[in-house]
Design a protein around this ligand. Sequence first.
Ligand code: NDP
Ligand code: 2IT
Length: 447
Amino acid sequence: MLQTLHEFMDDVVERSAAQFEFHQAVRDVAESVWPLFDRYPEYLEEKIPHRMVQAERIIIFRVPWVDDTGTVQVNRGYRIEMSSAIGPYKGGLRFHPSVNLGILKFLAFEQVYKNALTTLPMGGGKGGADFDPKGRTDHEVMRFCQAFMSELFRHIGPHTDIPAGDIGVGAREIGYLFGQYKKLANQFDGILTGKGTAWGGSLIRPESTGYGTVYFTEEMLRAQGDTIHGKTVLISGSGNVAQFAVENVNRLGGTAVTLSDSDGFIHDPGGIDAEKLDWVMNLKNVRRGRISEYAEHFGVGYYAGQKPWGVEGAQVALPCATQNELDVEEAKHLVANGIRVVAEGANMPTYPDASRLLIDSGVLFGPGKAANAGGVAVSGLEMAQNAAFTTWSREEVDAKLLGIMTAIHRSCRETAEEFGVPNNYVVGANIAAFRKVAGAMMDQGVV
Ligand code: NDP
Ligand code: 2IT
């Protein structure tokens, strides 16, 4: 007698107590793929889903470092090596005080399926630390990164595990991490992506997640005979993903009117144009200030402690900050205000009941593992350039990114149709990705 979905989820919850985000991510995939097992019972017989929820390896380590006052600080570092079924472990590093095992396991689990959708041969992983870079000097961040890499370096490699950025890990941190790896390993390897373009980084990698989310949105609209051109767009977050989502909305003729951080959001009804976006990039990436300063500088509204989902007059919403930042009440506002598309630039920003409500209300909903896959896809292109000892032009990488996002969209759409749920990109993404990973696991035996 094969296990039911209910029994499977009970087991997952029992064996990973209190890891709520992990349960949420697993349930989302399991609910989509369980009906598949009527057609392919061998997946259950071979315990493919049960193997998929166990990381191949988890490394947890001490990260001791000394701050500018001479005080010893101790953080906890992690690397979750989730699945190498279709390629080496690949996925970002997150530095944020909220980081814990459950959050990183959810991110690593999502990464496996996201990477499978990219068309490139990458397995899934995620890592990070409960380090808070806010308010730290560059030298403190450097010493932390060096301490973190002093342990991580022995576990990664260009054919083993290739980390990248995520929340709190951008160009500055990747630089410090790479420098320490090189010093310890005495090798100039492509062991990280998101590197500086002078030392092995790919053009368009910084832009790729935000650009890709907007390309995916455009594809969803095109499938309905529409485009982003002329649309008003709500965006949350103001970091890497949000910034380049704004840039691509502008390129495609839309108007982005909101940005946020963990303190509140700004609403600029006139639109965040190229000049204002430059100002935001300086604010967030150089001065490391708060988004409220935008409102003071440009004389627009700032809403402390709130999120942008109640703003009226928009047709597209792109949550680009963090997990579980769009709840069912906010989803009701979006529907009531006439939103046509929600595409997740962040990982799992929408609560499950909120995404269900959006889909049931006819909103086109692009789940993160499809909509934000452009970042890791261009990381894959960075690895390809490193391996070939070459670099590609901006135009070449951007065209490949667009091609990949179009392919991901097509695969989600066709799979949703095949399973009788047209326009359901959640089911389409989950089944398309699961089939690829499960197939590889079946080929490779019980390992
Ligand atoms: P950044 O660190 O550059 O920016 C994060 C943004 O989200 C900041 O505006 C930050 O505000 C806000 N934020 C973070 N945590 C919270 C929170 N708990 N509540 C409210 N706001 C919060 O990160 P990225 O832009 O790289 O990442 C954003 C999202 O996109 C994450 O979900 C990440 O996993 C996902 N992602 C990133 C990819 C990448 O290539 N970078 C690829 C695919 C997905 P504040 O400054 O106040 O903390
Ligand atoms: O969530 C993600 O896909 C990322 N943070 C990017 C991972 C990567 O390896 O580029």
